[in-house]
Every structure is written in structure tokens, then in C-alpha cells.
Write a protein that binds this ligand. Structure first.
Ligand SMILES: Cc1cc2nc3c(=O)[nH]c(=O)nc-3n(C[C@H](O)[C@H](O)[C@H](O)COP(=O)(O)OP(=O)(O)OC[C@H]3O[C@@H](n4cnc5c(N)ncnc54)[C@H](O)[C@@H]3O)c2cc1C
Length: 357
């Protein structure tokens, strides 16, 4: 059984490895030479997704830095701590450098005979190859413009500024923190005893002096060196239709969201879980991979993904509204609600597993 994947990003390689593990032959089409040297960007992966990754995709434990507690602060409440997420001393999520995960997957796939990396081809030639399924993980592929353009879009009029900084050794650097500043959320995400990554999602087009901001908001680290800064325009989008014939859209093309909850790639891992289950069902029942996979995937994943994206957007809008009215009432209410064990557990589960029905 042969399928193909368009694009060679993190999503494509993760999906490819999953499919190969299921005994499927995969062709990956892309116009780039496969490489990811971006050592600045990091991703937080939830505990539940790491368990799935290790068991069904690839054991990535050695790449991960564990996070056991999350602290949330609000500038509107004089930078007071308003929420804490912690489950005894258990792991909440882990941080991995995008490039480490990417290169680890690529090195593994390179050795696998069931996978071939090919140069991009046009739509007509692709169709002639008669793949059972085509997974489109390439946001900018002409196919995306042709079939996957109907989306619910939102422009946050914001940019995410991303960097890492080196600091004096902190042996217990396992606490992530996020400050809801008046311009947007600023997250500190540790990646080793001596290095922490930063994502600052700030409103407006004016270039920010992130280095000065780090000095202003950081209370914990003795910063030695701040690395290069990357900048991303922040939009969110939800695709209206997940497939066209046997072409399934995948990854950020299905759902792109604000990074404040670190959930974009986590949603993709949940989608991979969903697709795997559908494929396994077909295989166990001796059935062919046909287009019913596409419609079943949409049926099972779309509403959950839409609700989840809206949940993340709702959190963004709550703090955005607070900043507009310049009042600390919302932060005080969140602080009060966060002390309720049930509500606190609900948020931990929401971030860990997504929407579970
Ligand atoms: C600042 C930021 C922080 C994030 N943090 C997390 C997190 O902690 N946990 C999590 O699960 N997901 C997170 N995401 C989402 C995650 O990075 C994407 O879902 C994932 O990388 C998409 O994989 P890909 O294969 O499409 O592209 P990749 O191979 O990851 O990237 C391809 C190219 O697109 C760029 N890129 C990736 N995402 C975006 C974007 N949203 N806007 C513009 N350019 C982009 C990359 O830098 C790279 O140059 C974050 C996204 C951003 C922008």
C-alpha cells in the first residue's frame, strides 16, 4: 500500500514515521533539501502525546526536557502569580528543540526502505501516480490554494518573538512560566539547566526590543547571553473541509492557532493518533485504504479540533479584553477559580489530551 506526503516539515516527518510503522510505503514530495537547522524554536509536547509518540512513532525521551509545573502571572495584577498547574511531582509536558526532533526523525527515516524523498511534482503528474492517499502537509503547495482555501481565519495583529537565552545553572529548571503582559503573553520555557526558551506574542507592528523586555520581566534567571530572535506573524485558521477526493489536508493547514497554550503540534499528534486508528481498523479487517479514511477522519476530528482551537482563542480573548478595559477584575477572578481543584484539573487535562468525548 503506497501513500504520499506533500511537504517535509515536522508534521510530514512525524506522519511519515507513523505510516511506515504501520507497514505503509511512503513517498515524500518537497522542493527543499530536507534540513532544519533552526535551533531557536522549541515546542512543548504534552505528556499524553509524548507517551503516544514514544510508543507508536519513535522513542524521543532522550531529546526532551521535563516540565513539572506551570506558573501563570498577570501584569494587570502587579505581576502577581494567578495560577499554578502541577500534578504532585508528575510530568506535565516536555520541551524539545524543533531541530532536534526534526533531525532525529529524518535520520531514522533516511535508513528506512519504505520511504523515499522525492522532488516536488505538479498536480497532473501526482494524480497519475495513483496513490491510495495523498497527505498535504504543505501550507504553500498549489494544491492548498486549489482545494483547501476555505478557512475560518483570524488575524491577531500580533507577532510572536522567539529566542533562547543562556543563564547561570539552575538545577531545578523544570518550571515553565507565562506572564500575561499588557501587550500579550510572554512564556519562559526551560530546555536545560542552563538554557531557557522564550515566546513573546505581542500586539502591534512596532519592532520590539525583546532583550530589554526579558531583563524587565525576568525575575528568576541570571542571563548570560541572548541568542538570535525569530519573528512569526500570528494568525489562526480552521479549515472548513478536511479533504478533497483522496487528498487529506494535515497539520497547520487544518488548524493554526495562537501559540499561548503551545498546542499547534499537539493537535497534529492527536490527528495522527486518529488517522492511525482508522488505518489500523482497515488493516485488521483486511480492507483497502480508500477515501472513507478521509471522510471518517473529518467526522472524528473536525468538531473536536474546532472546539479546541476556539478554547485557546477564548483564553487569548479573555486577557485581551482585560487589557482593553485596563482592569484587574479578570485576573482576580481567574486566580480565585484556579484555586478550585476541579477547575485546575480540567485545564491540565484540556492541555494534555485535548477534547475527549
Ligand atoms: C511561536 C510559536 C510557538 C509554538 N509553540 C508550540 C508548542 O509549544 N507546542 C506545540 O504543540 N506547537 C507549537 N507551535 C506550533 C508548531 O510550531 C507548528 O504546529 C508546527 O511546527 C507545524 O509543523 P510544520 O511541519 O507545518 O512546519 P515546521 O517544520 O515546524 O516549520 C516549517 C517552517 O514554518 C515555520 N512555522 C512553523 N509554524 C509557524 C507558524 N505558526 N507561523 C509561521 N511560521 C511557522 C517554521 O519556523 C519553519 O520555518 C508553535 C508555533 C509558533 C509560531
Amino acid at each position: 500500500m503506497k501513500v504520499c506526503i506533500l511537504g517535509d516539515g515536522l508534521t510530514s516527518l512525524t506522519l511519515a514515521k507513523t505510516l511506515v510503522n504501520l507497514g505503509i510505503t511512503v513517498d515524500i514530495f518537497s522542493d527543499k533539501k530536507v534540513k532544519n537547522n533552526n535551533k531557536i524554536q522549541t515546542i512543548g509536547i504534552s505528556k499524553n502525546n509524548i507517551d503516544f509518540f514514544d510508543k507508536n512513532i519513535l522513542d524521543i525521551k532522550k531529546l526532551l526536557w521535563k516540565i513539572k509545573k506551570i506558573e501563570i502571572y498577570s501584569e494587570n495584577l502587579k505581576n502577581e502569580n494567578i495560577l499554578n498547574f502541577q500534578d504532585k511531582d508528575k510530568l506535565l509536558f516536555s520541551i524539545v528543540r524543533n531541530s532536534d526532533l526534526y533531525n532525529f526523525l529524518f535520520q531514522n527515516l533516511k535508513k528506512n526502505k519504505s520511504i523515499k524523498f522525492k522532488r516536488k511534482i505538479n498536480f497532473e503528474n501526482l494524480i497519475k501516480k495513483k496513490y491510495k492517499l495523498i497527505f498535504n502537509c504543505d501550507y504553500f503547495h498549489p494544491i492548498s490554494k486549489k482545494f483547501f482555501y476555505k478557512k475560518i481565519n483570524k488575524d491577531y495583529n500580533s507577532f510572536a518573538y522567539v529566542t533562547t537565552f543562556e543563564h547561570s545553572k539552575l538545577s531545578n529548571n523544570h518550571i515553565a512560566s507565562q506572564i500575561f503582559t499588557k501587550k500579550g503573553p510572554l512564556a519562559f520555557l526551560p530546555i536545560s539547566p542552563t538554557e531557557t526558551s522564550v515566546v513573546y506574542s505581542a500586539k502591534g507592528k512596532i519592532e520590539l526590543d525583546l532583550k530589554n523586555l526579558l531583563i524587565r520581566y525576568n525575575t528568576k534567571y541570571n542571563i548570560k547571553k541572548i541568542n538570535n530572535i525569530l519573528k512569526f506573524k500570528l494568525t489562526s485558521s480552521n479549515l472548513r473541509s478536511y479533504y478533497h477526493k483522496n487528498i487529506i489536508a494535515f497539520g497547520d493547514l487544518l488548524h493554526r492557532l495562537h501559540p499561548l497554550a503551545g498546542q499547534g503540534f499537539n493537535m497534529t499528534i492527536r490527528d495522527i493518533k486518529e488517522i492511525s486508528q482508522l488505518i489500523l481498523f482497515k488493516q485488521e479487517n483486511g480492507l483497502d485504504l480508500d477515501t472513507s479514511i478521509c471522510s471518517d477522519f473529518e467526522k472524528n476530528a473536525k468538531s473536536k479540533n474546532y472546539l479546541f482551537s476556539n478554547g485557546v482563542d477564548f483564553i487569548y480573548e479573555i486577557f485581551n479584553f482585560q487589557n482593553k478595559i485596563d482592569n484587574s477584575f479578570i485576573s482576580r477572578s481567574i486566580k480565585f477559580l484556579g484555586k478550585n481543584k476541579m477547575i485546575n484539573k480540567f485545564f491540565i487535562k484540556f492541555a494534555d489530551r485535548g477534547i475527549v468525548i
